[in-house]
Design a protein around this ligand. Structure first.
Ligand code: NAP
Length: 313
């Protein structure tokens, strides 16, 4: 039997699409993904306090926000499967979706809300030391004993990098914020927080040449992007915060993507290049990438899928 709507993704976009689709009597099936997006539950699972999602006057923990959205989707009547999708076949009518465990599904509409994952530096030492003092998530790993009262490093100059540095300042003796340029990409308020923090030292114009250490991170080899000079910085942990890549492997070659791999949607809409397929959240948004904009586009996708079903014989 063909589903009316399958939603792929268990972040704010996916769950919100589920809530709206359930309330629109579309009996949605949501695949919240297991590991394909980097982490089950999306990027908010690795975020600490979320202070800018309306409705929570004192802010809310990222994991708690996701758990609440998920429960709301279930309460509204969504079916949620924790399972990665292996393949989507958009040339079929109805569309076909292959679950890694439960097999083949058919659906008249699809919402792609697969999010984005953290980028990583392409260094052999990065692969070697991954999980051994090297991470892309301070909120997940920062409290580990190996980082307590030790000097730590964060790489990047955006809001995520500063957020990671602020979080790590609770655990490390000092946090070096290493940025490849001489000005931050991050917002004003975050910049000020980093610059005024007594435990954070900003190292401008530096790139990481190598992560040092055998069984665990012991330091970084840095290159000055202006003078070219190489220096060694002793740290017990390093956290990469250099941006994100959209999770579009499932739809590559089937939907139009932009030069950075994000799904192209029509202005003011979640419509993709394929009728009946809608994209919501970070997989189609490299500009805002906020929980609230993600949720909003999930709402739009469910409403547009409902209208498509009404209009398509
Ligand atoms: P981002 O804004 O894209 O910043 C990525 C940073 O990493 C940039 O400073 C970039 O340097 C640097 N970078 C990229 N590739 C690099 C490489 N190969 N080597 C060294 N450095 C590299 O990503 P983000 O910080 O994850 O933020 C993404 C979005 O989420 C933004 O819209 C942000 O505002 C939002 N966000 C908001 C909050 C908040 O409001 N609390 C928290 C986190 C994220 P350049 O600057 O030189 O390009």
């Amino acid at each position: 039997m063909s589903e009316k709507i399958i939603i792929i993704g268990g972040g704010p976009a996916g769950y919100t699409a589920g809530i709206y689709a359930a309330r629109g009597n579309l009996a949605p099936l949501v695949f919240e993904g297991f590991m394909a997006g980097g982490i089950p539950g999306g990027q908010l699972m690795t975020t600490g306090a979320v202070e800018n999602f309306p409705g929570f006057e004192k802010g809310i923990d990222g994991q708690q926000l996701m758990a609440t959205m998920r429960q709301q989707a279930l309460n509204m009547g969504c079916r949620i499967l924790t399972e990665d999708i292996e393949k989507i076949m958009l040339d079929k009518n109805p569309f076909e979706v292959l679950g890694a465990e439960s097999g083949l599904y058919q659906s008249q509409t699809l919402v792609v809300a697969t999010g984005a994952a953290a980028k990583r530096l392409p260094l052999p030492s990065e692969r070697k030391l991954w999980g051994k003092g090297l991470s892309a998530c301070a909120v997940c790993d920062g409290a580990l004993p190996m980082f307590r009262n030790k000097p730590l490093a964060v790489i990047g100059g955006g809001d995520s990098a500063i957020e990671e540095a602020l979080h790590l300042s609770h655990f490390g003796s000092k946090v070096y914020l290493i940025h490849r340029r001489d000005s931050f990409r991050a917002s004003h308020i975050m910049r000020a927080r980093a610059q005024e923090h007594p435990k954070i030292e900003i190292l401008w114009n530096k790139t990481v040449e190598e992560f040092l250490g055998e069984s665990a991170v012991s330091g970084l080899r840095l290159r000055d992007t202006v003078s070219g000079a190489l220096t060694t910085l002793e740290v017990a942990g390093a956290f990469e915060a250099i941006g994100h890549r959209p999770n579009t492997a499932l739809v590559k070659g089937q939907l139009e993507l932009d030069e950075d791999g994000y799904v192209i949607t029509k202005a003011g809409s979640t419509e993709t290049s394929r009728h009946g397929v809608f994209a919501a959240g970070d997989v189609q948004d490299k500009k805002f990438r906020q929980a609230i904009t993600s949720a909003a586009s999930g709402c739009m996708a469910a409403i547009e899928a409902g209208r498509f079903l009404q209009e398509t014989p």
